[in-house]
Design a protein around this ligand. Sequence first.
Ligand code: ATP
Ligand code: MG
Length: 282
Amino acid sequence: MEDPEDEIEEDSEEFLENESEKRFNTSIDELEKIKIDYKRIKRIDQSKKRAVIESVFDERTVFHLNKILVNGPLKRIEGVISAGKEANVYLAYDLDGKEVAVKIYKIDSNTSRWMKKYIIGDPRFKKIPHNVSKIIFLWASKEFKNLKRAYKADLRVPKPLFIRNNILIMEYIGFESIPAPVLKDIKNPKEPVNLFNELLSFIKLLYQKAKLVHGDLSEFNILYHNQSPVVIDISQAVAIQHPKAEVYLARDIKNIFQYFDKLGIETPNPTDFYYDVLNIEV
Ligand SMILES: Nc1ncnc2c1ncn2[C@@H]1O[C@H](COP(=O)(O)OP(=O)(O)OP(=O)(O)O)[C@@H](O)[C@H]1O
Ligand SMILES: [Mg+2]
């Protein structure tokens, strides 16, 4: 990992080159002053960002975030993409300067209470911790595992990259610093019939190949990128053996069909599709 001081040094040198070209008559003293000011501005920017993060997250999260920034895989956190009740999502850069998305769950006892509902009954999680932060860590690791399973099944979800406690790093969906919008914010998606079919095949493959049910699938958790859907927020997804898996599946199907009905697309019978996903002949 590069020393942040070196980075400041390099940037300020580049800045100085441009500046000195513009005013080659400037005295050495003045150049030194510009260099110092530039360093100071960079420091203020970084410390502002850190202050915001410190005011939102507990001490342990800040500690681990700092470790990730010092030892990798992150180089820099750019800004918040979304600030929610349970988690914040940030745009950050990895060591190669590539954009990544960082989802940080908040350690909160109310959140951990409803999370339990989805963890109990999932054969992958035998021991349920009592400790609030441990439940949240388990939850974040559940999202990571679910992403891995879906990604391995060739489904369009962000590629999972790294997990530590409540900090999850995944592939960033967007163009440069502009994150992809959620489907709910797209008034008239292009080729809605294709979009609908892509989502039907997502639901089916998630069940049949990845053996998961999303459980919170709707236009709020689908990013619209390159005119195609990328499904996010897969933390509550359950294994198909979960006692509520079929209830969640029916709900996901209902949400997607409703969204496309409203768009005016002719949709098939959702019950037939439900049985088709379960692979049951009716
Ligand atoms: N990989 C990603 N690339 C780009 N943007 C993302 C990515 N993951 C999440 N986002 C953005 O962050 C928002 C929140 O993410 P997500 O739905 O996973 O969190 P959440 O659990 O719904 O958070 P909360 O419910 O607390 O708001 C998304 O609506 C999307 O705008
Ligand atoms: Mg969401």
